[in-house]
Design a protein around this ligand. Structure first.
Ligand SMILES: NC(=O)c1ccc[n+]([C@@H]2O[C@H](COP(=O)([O-])OP(=O)(O)OC[C@H]3O[C@@H](n4cnc5c(N)ncnc54)[C@H](OP(=O)(O)O)[C@@H]3O)[C@@H](O)[C@H]2O)c1
Length: 313
């Protein structure tokens, strides 16, 4: 099978032929039709997270998000049959999505509804589950009912554009931080208020929030005054300042918490259900053929992607 492979840390995966992987116990081999780029892909490939998320060389196949069809099921697998449309966020640090065939554990694999195409199926897993878990599990939003004021920082990106829709679907009043060029898009996705971070005094006159989901890595201290007492600041880029503010502000009644994705088939099912019901759109920033994974990463590295970058196999 053709695969995109790295034999050392770097940002230029090359196409090469590898043997088709055999599904082990509890695994399914998927014929990959689309993958999506997440910043973790090129961060891991570059060696940025070497101590916590190293890559195994030679023959490292990057990528965590995929959509495709079941090709073969391993021992002990029930509920999946060859030809079935599926999608997954691959678990562990081995990655492996950017190949014609990839192995997924059944705990990570979900049926892809017929009405959801492979691009959306590949876009949803990592970014969608991060948005869902950040809002629901970290900020405590119910998926139905009024939940107060929610601010999504980085609202036009992969995680952010799903978060805007999920928060609105949860009944929240949604405010979105993005640049002016993306304002119309985030309004269409459900934001009732847009804060253009490129303007001076962008937050002037904006009321405080019950929850802030940071998909950019903004300075926590600058955003805490915008959080109501009892509110939660959830960071998708948790560094030392998030943990320090978490300790300090916990005492003052404001929560500052990391979002740490836990990929699982159940949450993927929630997202697929919303997508097939027309309540969760995947905005596609750009599409690349598989051979151009390096160019897709380059686009992601600009930090300007609007929605998801899709790689098609
Ligand atoms: N902790 C976890 O488990 C977890 C899971 C998923 C992702 N992440 C991390 O979360 C981050 C976001 O991921 P992603 O996939 O959403 O990234 P992305 O798609 O690359 O985000 C790009 C978006 O960020 C916006 N942006 C850039 N600077 C901004 C600013 N100062 N204020 C507001 N918006 C800004 C850009 O809009 P403009 O062009 O308008 O600026 C663009 O639309 C990444 O660092 C990723 O590694 C963490």
């Amino acid at each position: 099978m053709r695969a995109l492979v790295l034999d050392a840390y770097g940002l230029s995966p090359r196409g090469m032929d590898l043997p088709k992987p055999s599904p082990g116990k509890g695994q399914v081999r998927v014929r990959v039709r689309a993958t999506s780029v997440n910043p973790i892909d090129w961060k891991q490939a570059s060696g940025m997270f070497r101590p916590i998320l190293g890559a195994r060389f030679p023959g490292f196949v990057p990528g965590y998000d995929l959509a495709g069809e079941v090709d073969e099921v391993g021992p002990g697998v029930s509920g999946f049959t060859p030809g079935q449309r599926v999608h997954a966020r691959l678990s562990g640090s081995a990655a492996g999505a950017n190949a014609e065939y990839a192995l997924a554990g059944v705990d990570a694999l979900q049926q892809l509804p017929d009405s959801v195409d492979f691009a959306a199926g590949a876009g949803l897993p990592l970014a969608g589950m991060t948005a869902l878990q950040g809002l629901r599990d970290v900020c405590g939003l119910p998926l139905t009912g009024a939940t107060g004021r929610v601010l999504v920082v980085g609202a036009s990106g992969g995680v952010g554009h799903y978060a805007v829709q999920l928060a609105r679907h949860a009944g929240a009043h949604v405010s979105a931080v993005c640049s002016g060029r993306n304002a119309a898009l985030v309004r269409r996705l459900g934001a009732q208020e847009v804060v253009d971070y490129t303007q001076a005094d962008a937050f002037s006159g904006v009321a405080p929030f019950n929850a802030i989901l940071d998909c950019v890595g903004v300075p926590v201290g600058e955003y805490l005054p915008r959080l109501l007492p009892g509110g939660c600041f959830a960071s998708c880029l948790p560094g030392p300042s998030v943990f320090a503010h978490g300790l300090l502000n916990g005492l003052r009644g404001k929560k500052v918490r990391p979002v740490l994705l836990k990929g699982n088939a159940v949450d993927l099912g929630v997202l697929g259900g919303l997508a097939s019901a027309g309540k969760l759109e995947t905005v596609v920033d750009s599409r690349f053929p598989a051979g151009q994974l390096a160019a897709a990463w380059e686009r992601s590295r600009t930090g300007r992607a609007v929605g998801k970058i899709i790689v098609e196999f």
